[in-house]
Write a protein that binds this ligand. Structure first.
Ligand code: FES
Length: 143
């Protein structure tokens, strides 16, 4: 079996929703000091729905494919639906990732949560900090 699924390769070679949104309502940035990968997520939100989403990822192919897939999964969804997207959902939609690359998909989940948290902060919306994981430098290993 190939190391990466056709879906992973497709999203790596032709990533969806790349770029930034100047008028974003929420911007999330997560990264890892050890491998140096950084993911930035921009959300345009109207009436509680994610109208548009863009990402910039400086990182490995799995991180790029994961962020591309994650943007497709949250576009047009409500905030709550987007917050419910886990890295496991992203990996499943990608047709799997090698075990030692699973941590790359965690950045995608966390970048969405980070962008929503930023949106909540900007708009004075209360939230439980426990629902928004702290950046964890150990979640991404050098491989
Ligand atoms: Fe760090 Fe993939 S996100 S190696």
């Amino acid at each position: 079996m190939a190391l990466y699924s056709e879906t992973v390769m497709d999203h790596f070679m032709n990533p969806r929703n790349v770029g930034s949104l100047e008028d974003a309502d929420g911007v999330g940035r997560v990264g890892n000091a050890k491998c140096g990968d950084i993911m930035k997520m921009y959300l345009k939100i109207r009436d509680n729905v994610i109208e548009d989403v863009k990402f910039e990822t400086f990182g490995c192919g799995s991180a790029i494919a994961s962020s591309s897939m994650a943007t497709e999964m949250v576009k047009g969804k409500t905030i709550d639906e987007a917050l419910a997207v886990t890295n496991k959902d992203v990996v499943a939609a990608l047709g799997g990732l090698p075990d030692y690359k699973l941590h790359c998909s965690v950045l995608a989940e966390e970048s969405i949560k980070s962008a929503v948290k930023n949106y909540y902060d900007r708009n004075g919306i209360a939230y439980d900090p426990k629902d928004f994981p702290e950046e964890d430098e150990d979640s991404c290993r050098m491989v």
